[in-house]
Design a protein. Structure first.
Length: 187
């Protein structure tokens, strides 16, 4: 009997939830959505993130969108650094060089948590959305800044730097930093 009552209560709950329907979409005219938001620029030297946020306060909508974009860039930087870490791990081995790998991992974490100071808002758009403000932002972050910061962090640890210098991963990282520096000089 108890089982039957529980079953009926659960079934009734699901039916009531199903009847509530979905919320209507916000009244944003798709013509108002910036093209750069839909078609995010692509550049091998820059990480881009486009985000939007709403609030009754214009500044808060802007701050929320900017924070979301920088968080997304942080995720992308972390993924790039993790790829570099994996290559380093494959080149040095895992068991014999556990301490070295741990030091490298720590350098990676430091970079990911501190290097977003080079990010900047390249485009933004605010518009009224009902009784709220909607802000669109496009934030960019130069890849070279992350690579250079990682290289500097590794150089701080003498043992790690000595071992890392002997790997192909180091050569790739150093070449990337040089390429970005050359591109800056040509601008």
């Amino acid at each position: 009997m108890r089982t039957m009552i529980c079953f009926l209560l659960i079934s009734t709950s699901f039916m009531l939830l199903g009847c509530s329907g979905t919320k209507p979409l916000q009244n944003v005219d798709t013509g108002d959505i910036p093209d750069w938001f839909v078609n995010i620029p692509k550049d091998p030297n820059i990480i881009y993130a486009a985000k939007t946020a709403t609030s009754q306060d214009l500044q808060l909508a802007f701050d929320k969108a900017t924070t979301d974009a920088r968080t997304e860039i942080g995720r992308q930087v972390e993924i790039k650094v993790e790829g570099l870490q994996k290559r380093f791990q494959e080149e040095t081995g895992t068991n014999a060089d556990a301490q070295l790998l741990d030091q490298f991992t720590q350098a990676n974490k430091t970079i990911v948590s501190t290097t977003l100071s080079g990010s900047r808002i390249t485009k933004q758009k605010q518009l009224e959305d009902g009784n709220q403000w909607r802000t669109y932002v496009l934030v960019e972050y130069p890849v070279g800044a992350a690579n250079e910061a990682l290289l500097q962090q590794i150089k701080k640890n003498e043992q790690l730097y000595t071992r890392f210098r002997a790997t192909q991963t180091f050569k790739e990282l150093e070449d990337e930093v040089k390429r970005v520096e050359e591109a800056k000089k040509q601008q």
